[in-house]
Design a protein around this ligand. Sequence first.
Ligand SMILES: Nc1ncnc2c1ncn2[C@@H]1O[C@H](COP(=O)(O)OP(=O)(O)O)[C@@H](O)[C@H]1O
Ligand SMILES: [Mg+2]
Length: 310
Amino acid sequence: MESKPIVSIENLTKVIKGRTIIDDLSFDVYRGEVFGFLGPNGAGKTTTIRMIVGLMSITSGDIKIDGFSIQKNFEKAVQSVGAIVENPEMYKFLSGYQNLQQYARMVGGVSKAKIDEIVDLVGLSERIDDKVKTYSLGMRQRLGLAQCLLHDPAVLILDEPTNGLDPAGIREIRDYLRFLAKEKNMAVIVSSHILSEMEMMCDRIGIIQNGKLVDVQQVKEFVQGAAETIVEFEVTPLPQAISVLGERYPNLSIQKGERTITLTIAKELIPDIIKAFVHTDLKVYGVRELTKTLEDRFLEITKGDGGKIL
Ligand SMILES: Nc1ncnc2c1ncn2[C@@H]1O[C@H](COP(=O)(O)OP(=O)(O)O)[C@@H](O)[C@H]1O
Ligand SMILES: [Mg+2]
């Protein structure tokens, strides 16, 4: 990851009819990463993205893309951006290739070789001469993706790109986006209200709730960063194990399974607990740290007020 951000959101605020829709949002996105913008429906994802691509005016604050302000230097700023915000406009009775040619003429300076390269990149080579009306939703998505990659943007922005796709389509999109970030060194910004998808797709995630940024974290840290961890001990006999724990750690809440006990504890406590078991002649067959999912962490951060996030 480079040290200079390619996208800088600076105290971005949007007020519509006296209502603050986006409230003092600040974050940076870098080349080489997939940044996830996660939040329940109505949180303000689309509004933020519309401001980033210049489809909506900014009430206060600024957005800089490659150092250019979207407000003061719009042309230069959007030059670096490819985006699918609303459904991309496609001519259904033209072939995929003709659609791309059409678009290439509009933006200018796109060679035929470039079109072929992008078609290949999004894996549409075999069907590119078929009419768009024969395409699946996933293929249309890929054609849309091809369209916004034609002018070689440094930043790719997709608003809820997996909406309506089947699992195979979702996986495909995910693989392309990761490829574009890692191999083409692009900055990819995706929004979603689906935690599990973001967990698999993104390097970092910014959580937005009621127009406010609640948290930005690396996905890895996000999942592992909790102060406490969940640990499962397989130990016999269980009743003795529980009484040993009860004596030493009276405040611990113990979840008893059939052959295991599960504790939510600070990691440092694990060796002490093992020692206590061994010293009292209990048999420890296994100790397993259960990783928290993004969802667990999300609920922690938002204190269970996750809204409609799946
Ligand atoms: N043009 C608009 N006029 C009034 N309210 C709007 C407008 N656009 C969005 N909103 C409101 O702003 C909030 C955020 O919407 P949106 O950005 O679409 O959320 P998300 O994309 O996260 O689902 C919602 O409460 C929505 O009703
Ligand atoms: Mg939206």
